[in-house]
Every structure is written in structure tokens, then in C-alpha cells.
Design a protein around this ligand. Structure first.
Ligand SMILES: Cc1cc2nc3c(=O)[nH]c(=O)nc-3n(C[C@H](O)[C@H](O)[C@H](O)COP(=O)(O)OP(=O)(O)OC[C@H]3O[C@@H](n4cnc5c(N)ncnc54)[C@H](O)[C@@H]3O)c2cc1C
Length: 567
């Protein structure tokens, strides 16, 4: 008896094999803009399917370790990472995954739409980066913060070129030290203190509880300037050099030693993101540079960074969803069940097709957030800023939840093999679960949406887009137009009710449901916009998304029929 071995094919090139990504770029960038991006995208996709996939597997198999003492007993707190992790680091720099929107050449070619090209790079890169997408997100957030005019020019000139370098020997990433054990969501409880030093720099003392990418050359740390009082608004962002090489206090220490006053207590043993070194960090009079005037309320400055990392979180969620779908489809094409290919089973086709609808919706939602951010960053566009205020939390919260649900289905789509570590499939689920947690849990983001709607008039741009999409949808499908019109009116009433009593139990307890409803409606509107431009996948996805998420109907039969379009 011959032992059966299942043939498994790798999915297609992630750029060539993703028609929605390509049509999105064609519409958003125009044919010339898309043509200008194609070389970059094809290069990255080729790297992803070759050396980066191998590096991803290596980094996953060899998690980082903390060496706390040298052989003679001296405390060294050295974080050792794998060759795969370092390969991912170099590739992120070389492919300008962080740098692109800051490059003059990119701004010259694409203007505000450089962020759309960056989103495409992240979409290709993130899913098989062994979560190097995390330091990429934080480096971009730090670069955006350093770009603010309030930041001292000397600090910016010293660090921004390194964060946005494309030479792997020069490029650095950043950590983001905010969470303390007494409060991650509740930053008001932060107890890290910043004290001014005589030379104009500051010294930070405190304990940070979750510090990802702790191998990065710098971190943005939140601290309470001495005497600033209570609450979260007064917290200020500081740049902390992580290594002795960049600390003026180093006093002869080896360049790759910890900067004086920075201690790595331990690495977290996490459910997922295993290649990513996440540490508990102690600060004792650590050298720090203020990012903006620390005597002025600083949380608003730090939010620049948080918005960027929330957008990256959405990009990472969608990247994982799309790649998981591609793997599940490739497996279904090869696997035989009940006398035929798994992909020919109407039920399995419906399962994958439904995942395709969710993935298409999540993609346009994340893509829209990046497009808005580019317009804010380059053109200081007030309409885009008003819309981004609510779209950033909506995109982060909706895609984070979808990513977890889809990842669970991908694991199941491989049957027992999906549960076996060395297939690489289980990590899809493990790594998805962080997406709804960090940079704001679902509840925390839902409350942020509530604040935006009730205090900052953020409902207006959202409702305007929904109403316009309802009009547009008339030419595509009367049922879809009707659904969008009804949901727009429903949300208008809901927003009015919560604005009348924003602190009431109904508004607060219902905040998650309202935020998700708004995110799903916005997604339908964005799919309609793309469908109206002429994209067939978006047209199918818009109809099925609206039925699934706005009308709560079963879409199995249509998802089965349209599988080949959807993935
Ligand atoms: C893998 C990983 C990496 C991370 N990396 C970093 C990092 O690099 N830097 C960093 O600073 N942090 C990092 N974090 C920490 C992360 O940002 C926090 O864990 C997150 O913000 C939640 O904070 P918390 O852990 O204090 O949970 P809590 O805030 O205590 O939340 C517990 C529960 O309470 C809910 N909740 C909280 N507040 C409210 C409210 N007002 N109303 C209703 N419900 C509420 C939350 O939704 C959650 O379900 C990381 C976390 C993980 C898992």
C-alpha cells in the first residue's frame, strides 16, 4: 500500500494574483501612477514568494531570546534574534515599506497617494513577515511624529533620516513604550516620570509593560513631565535611544549595549507574534529627548503615531486575510474529497467565497484609511482630516475582528493539517488575535468613535459618504441602494440619540454595536464606489457584503457562484 502524501501548492504571486489590489491601484493612482508603482510591487512580491517566505519560517521557528548576564555575571540584557528576523528587517528597508511616503521621489510621483502605494507594499509584505510588520508600523508612527513642526529640528534631523532610510545598514526601527501594567487602555494611570536635565535633554524613570520590537534602535515613550499633574492629556512623547551607541550617557559602554538606565526585565511568552521580541522594560533616569514641548499637553502629539499604527494594524489584518484566503484556495484546488476536488464542493466554495467577500470589504476599508491619511499629510486636507478622525478607529476595529474570524476559518479549511505547527497554518490564527488588542481594543476604539461622533462632529463626513454611495448604488442594484439608504437614515438617528446623551448607559453600552454598524456601512459604501468605477469583484462584493453584514442574510449560494471572482 502506497502512503498518500498530499501535494500542496503555494499560492500565486500576491500582486499578480490579487485583481482587487491591482484595480484599486489603477483607480486610485490612475494608469500612469499605477504603472510607476508596478516595478516596486512586483519586486516585493517576488521577494515575498522566495527568500522572505523562508525568512518568515526561520524567524517563526527561532523566537528571540534574552541573555541577561555575560559569563562573568555582568548584566547585559542582550536580545538575540534569528537570521530570518534580520532578513525581514533588511527587506523592509530595501523595499521602502516604511520610507516610501517620506521619499521626495515618491511624493513627486504620487503626491498624497504615496500612502496608497505604501498600503499596497504593506499588503504584500505583512502576511509573511513573521510580524516584522509591527516594527514597521511603529517606525512609521515615529517618523510621522518626528515630522511634526513642533519637534526640535536637531532631533528630527538626527533620527528621521534613519527611520526612513532604504539602506539596510542605515535604517532603524522604533518601539513604542506606552502600556504600563496598571493601564494600557487607561493611559491616565501612567506613572513613568520625565525630569529635565541641565543640558536640555530629559531623564525617564518608570516601568513599561509591553514593549514590542525591543531590538529597535529607539522608542517613543510616553511619560508624565514632573509636576504636570494627573490625567492622560499631559503625558508627553519622548524619544529614548535604546542602545549605548546613541546615548550621550554611555560613558565607554559597548555601542550595542543597552543605553544607561534601560533594562530589559524579560521577554513576554506570547500566544502569537512569536518572532517579535516584546519585553518588559525598566527605565531609571534613561536619557530622553522631548518630541515637542513637554510642558504642553502631549497626548495629542502622540496621537499622530497612534493613528499611523492603527492604520498599519488594519493593513496587517487585511494582508493576513488575503494571504490566508490564497493559501486556503490553493489547498482546496489540490485536495480531493467525495470523489472530486474540494474546490468543486458547493459548500466549500460558499465557505471560501464568503471569506472572499469579507476580505474584499476589509481591503477597501483599510485602503480608504490610507488614502485619507495621505491627503491629510500632504495637502492638509480638512475634509480628509475630519473623515479620518472616525475612519481610523473604524478601520482598525472592524478589520481586527474580521481577521480573527477569517483566520479561524482558514485553519479549519485545511482540516487537521491546519492545526499542525509545521504547516505554518496555525500561526495565522495566533497572529490574528493580537490585531483587535493592541493599539486599542474593540471597546476602547468603539468609545473613541463615540467621542468622535458626539464631540467632534465626525458623523457628518461619514453620513455624507454613505448618502452619496446610496445614490451611486442605484445604477448598480436597487436592493443595494435601498439597504444603504435605510442604514444611512438609521445611523443618522442613532448618532443623534447618542449625541443627546453621550454619557448615558445606552450610548456607552451600545458603542461597540454602533461602531461596527458604521464600519460595515462605510465598507459597503466604499465597495460601491469602487464598483461604480467598473470593478466587477467590488460589484459582487458590495452586494454580498451588504446582504451579509447590513441585512444579516445568508449569502452561501451567491458566494459559491462567485468564488472565482472573489479569490
Ligand atoms: C503582542 C502584543 C504586543 C504589544 N506591544 C505593545 C507595544 O509595543 N507598546 C505598547 O505600549 N503596548 C503594547 N501592547 C499592549 C497593548 O497595547 C495593551 O495590552 C492594550 O492597549 C490593552 O491594554 P491592557 O493590556 O492594559 O488591557 P486593559 O486596558 O486592562 O483592557 C482589559 C479589557 O478591558 C476593556 N476595557 C478597557 N477600558 C475600557 C473602557 N473604558 N470601557 C470598556 N471596556 C474597556 C478592554 O476592551 C479589554 O477587553 C502589546 C500587546 C500585545 C498583546
Amino acid at each position: 500500500m502506497v502512503r498518500f502524501v498530499q501535494p500542496v501548492s503555494a499560492p500565486a504571486d500576491p500582486y499578480v494574483g490579487d485583481p482587487l489590489l491591482r484595480s484599486w491601484l489603477e483607480r486610485q493612482l490612475g494608469p500612469a501612477g499605477h504603472a510607476a508603482a508596478k516595478g516596486r510591487l512586483a519586486d516585493l512580491a517576488a521577494d515575498v514568494t522566495g527568500p522572505l517566505r523562508a525568512a518568515h519560517a526561520d524567524a517563526e521557528a527561532h523566537p528571540p531570546t534574552l541573555v541577561r548576564y555575560d559569563p562573568w555575571g555582568a548584566r547585559i540584557d542582550r536580545v538575540d534574534t534569528s537570521a530570518g528576523w534580520r532578513t525581514q528587517r533588511a527587506a523592509a528597508a530595501r523595499h521602502a515599506v516604511v520610507a516610501l511616503p517620506y521619499l521626495e521621489s515618491a511624493r513627486g510621483t504620487w503626491g498624497a497617494a504615496a500612502r496608497i502605494v505604501q498600503h499596497a507594499l504593506l499588503h504584500l509584505y505583512g502576511a509573511e513577515s513573521a510580524t516584522f510588520s509591527c516594527p514597521v508600523a511603529m517606525a512609521d508612527g515615529a517618523a510621522a511624529l518626528l515630522s511634526r513642526p513642533e519637534v526640535d529640528a536637531d532631533v528630527r534631523d538626527a533620527w528621521l533620516p534613519r527611520l526612513t532610510a532604504t539602506d539596510p545598514d542605515v535604517a532603524i526601527t522604533s518601539g513604542q513604550w506606552m502600556t504600563e501594567s496598571q493601564g494600557g487602555s487607561d493611559l491616565a494611570r501612567s506613572s513613568t516620570i520625565a525630569r529635565p536635565a541641565r543640558d536640555g535633554s530629559w531623564r525617564l524613570t518608570g516601568e513599561k509593560w509591553f514593549c514590542s520590537a525591543v531590538d529597535s534602535a529607539m522608542a517613543v515613550a510616553l511619560a508624565r513631565p514632573e509636576g504636570a499633574g494627573k490625567g492622560s492629556r499631559v503625558l508627553a512623547p519622548f524619544l529614548v535611544p535604546r542602545y549605548a551607541a546613541d546615548s550621550p550617557l554611555a560613558d565607554g559602554r559597548a555601542p550595542d549595549a543597552c543605553a544607561p538606565g534601560v533594562r530589559i526585565h524579560r521577554l513576554k511568552d506570547k500566544l502569537g507574534t512569536r518572532a517579535l521580541p516584546t519585553a518588559e522594560v525598566g527605565l531609571r533616569d534613561a536619557y530622553a529627548l522631548p518630541l515637542g514641548d513637554p510642558t504642553q499637553p502631549g497626548l495629542v502629539r502622540a496621537m499622530t503615531l497612534v493613528v499611523v499604527t492603527r492604520l498599519h494594524n488594519a493593513a496587517a489584518a487585511v494582508s493576513g486575510m488575503r494571504r490566508g484566503l490564497a493559501y486556503a484556495r490553493a489547498y482546496a484546488d489540490a485536495r480531493q474529497v467525495a470523489g472530486g476536488r474540494l474546490v468543486d464542493s458547493p459548500l466549500h466554495r460558499a465557505t471560501l467565497g464568503t471569506l472572499g467577500v469579507d476580505t474584499a470589504g476589509a481591503f477597501v476599508l483599510a485602503g480608504h484609511a490610507f488614502a485619507l491619511f495621505g491627503r491629510v499629510e500632504v495637502g492638509a486636507d480638512p475634509d480628509a482630516a475630519a473623515e479620518l478622525r472616525v475612519v481610523a478607529p473604524l478601520a482598525k476595529l472592524a478589520t481586527g475582528r474580521l481577521a480573527v474570524a477569517c483566520a479561524s476559518e482558514y485553519v479549519e479549511a485545511f482540516g487537521g493539517a491546519g492545526y499542525v505547527e509545521d504547516t505554518g497554518v496555525p500561526r495565522l490564527l495566533r497572529d490574528a488575535q493580537v490585531l483587535p488588542i493592541w493599539e486599542g481594543t474593540t471597546n476602547v476604539l468603539a468609545l473613541d468613535v463615540l467621542r468622535a461622533v458626539t464631540r467632534e462632529d465626525a458623523a457628518r463626513p461619514l453620513l455624507r459618504r454613505l448618502a452619496a454611495a446610496a445614490d451611486t448604488a442605484r445604477g448598480l442594484s436597487p436592493a443595494l441602494a435601498h439597504t444603504l439608504t435605510a442604514v444611512t437614515e438609521e445611523l443618522r438617528d442613532t448618532f443623534a440619540a447618542v449625541t443627546a446623551d453621550p454619557g448615558g448607559v445606552e450610548a456607552v453600552a451600545g458603542a461597540r454595536a454602533v461602531a461596527l454598524r458604521a464600519a460595515y456601512a462605510l465598507t459597503a459604501a466604499l465597495l460601491v464606489e469602487h464598483a461604480a468605477w467598473g470593478d466587477e469583484t467590488a460589484e459582487v462584493a458590495a452586494r454580498l457584503w451588504a446582504r451579509r453584514w447590513l441585512r444579516h442574510e445568508e449569502i452561501a449560494v451567491d458566494a459559491h457562484q462567485h468564488l472565482d471572482l472573489l479569490c
